[in-house]
Design a protein around this ligand. Structure first.
Ligand code: P6P
Length: 335
């Protein structure tokens, strides 16, 4: 049996291959992975660690924060602020960007994250996860402002997530395909368990919150209705449905066996383009999906091409198996 390859060795080899990733980016990714290990330990303690339940506070999204949301955010800030590889951070849990304190060296990267995605699942012991995205600080700008973060997802230099489920698995891309690393708790290290992840171009599985059906736009209603008609309908095959209400878990399933994930615009809040956040949910997940041969649009355009206007802006998300995403997107242009 081949000797297991650790995340560290994988990143060193990525760095060695024509400098595919600079040393500072490798350091950043290793620090994020270590932070995810600490978050995994806190999550796994559950009630024993007194970390379940609400923190009796709200985040910038106006959502009630769970205790673990705040713990995960603090772990990522503390782990990353002193290393000298970052200029600033942005988080779903913080209104504005977090500048690296002057007492620490400043780096050239910007780190964005949803520290604990799927929070509604924390107290019911269902998979949750950390999502992260890495951008380069624009050349020449003396300080760092929110404007520096407002780069299209196509500008990312690294993206990934860590899913805290039956296994703790880190999934990562630096632009050379997608690799998966499973946490070996006895060794305390992430071990490469899959690389060159590929999403099947076709699928029989869709993920959407069906309780919102009456609020959807016509193209989404048409797509789901055709799936529900099964073999007798226009698709000529039966479909299965999954909805974990944790984007990390749903996307992990899609990277593992295919499928299409949809959180589309709906009539409940017509002024909001969607529920999910562009910068630290949709962009990193879309890059991972594209790097694995899938596709990701907002129904009208490639998500990675969207030019952000605000740090916490939301977006409609359709991602996963290429042929299904293209079909849903085509319905948006024909209806
Ligand atoms: P709903 C979790 O809160 C999240 O941001 C995503 O992880 C998940 O896909 C979605 O919201 C679930 O939303 O409306 O089904 O609870």
């Amino acid at each position: 049996m081949a000797k297991p390859i650790s995340l560290t060795r994988y990143l060193v080899e990525q760095q060695r291959v024509d400098g595919h990733i600079p040393g500072d980016l490798r350091l950043l990714l290793e620090v994020v992975a270590r932070a995810c290990k600490r978050i995994s330990q806190a999550v796994n303690k559950g009630a024993l660690g007194g970390v379940l339940g609400s923190a009796d506070s709200e985040n910038v999204q106006g959502e009630v924060q769970k205790k673990l949301d705040i713990i995960a955010n603090e772990v990522l800030i503390e782990a990353n602020e002193w290393g000298g590889h970052l200029a600033a951070m942005a988080s779903e849990e913080m209104d504005s960007i977090y500048l690296v304190p002057n007492r620490y060296p400043q780096g050239e990267y910007l780190l964005l994250f949803d520290p604990l995605d799927g929070s509604s699942n924390i107290d019911v012991n269902v998979s949750i996860g950390t999502i992260f995205s890495v951008l380069k600080k624009p050349e020449g700008s003396p300080g760092v402002t929110e404007q520096d973060f407002l780069q299209a997802g196509a500008q990312q230099v690294a993206a990934g997530y860590c899913v805290y489920g039956p296994q703790t698995t880190l999934v990562l891309t630096v632009g050379d395909g997608v690799a998966m690393f499973t946490l070996d708790r006895e060794q305390g290290s992430f071990v490469l368990t899959q690389e060159n992840v590929r999403i099947p171009e076709d699928t029989k599985e869709f993920a959407i919150n069906m309780s919102n059906m009456r609020h959807w736009d016509e193209p989404v209603k048409r797509y789901i209705d055709e799936c529900l008609q099964g073999k007798e309908g226009p698709r000529g095959k039966d479909f299965n449905m999954r909805w974990i209400a944790s984007m990390v878990a749903d996307v992990h399933r899609i990277l593992t066996r295919g499928g299409v994930f949809m959180y589309p615009w709906d009539k409940r809040e017509p002024n909001k383009p969607g529920k999910l956040r562009l910068m630290y949910e949709a962009n990193p997940m879309s890059w991972l999906v594209e790097q694995a041969g899938g596709a990701a649009t907002n129904g009208k355009q490639r998500i990675l091409d969207i030019q952000p206007q605000q740090l916490h802006e939301r977006v409609s998300v359709i991602l996963g198996s290429k042929n299904e995403v293209e079909r849903v997107t085509s319905y948006h242009s024909t209806l």
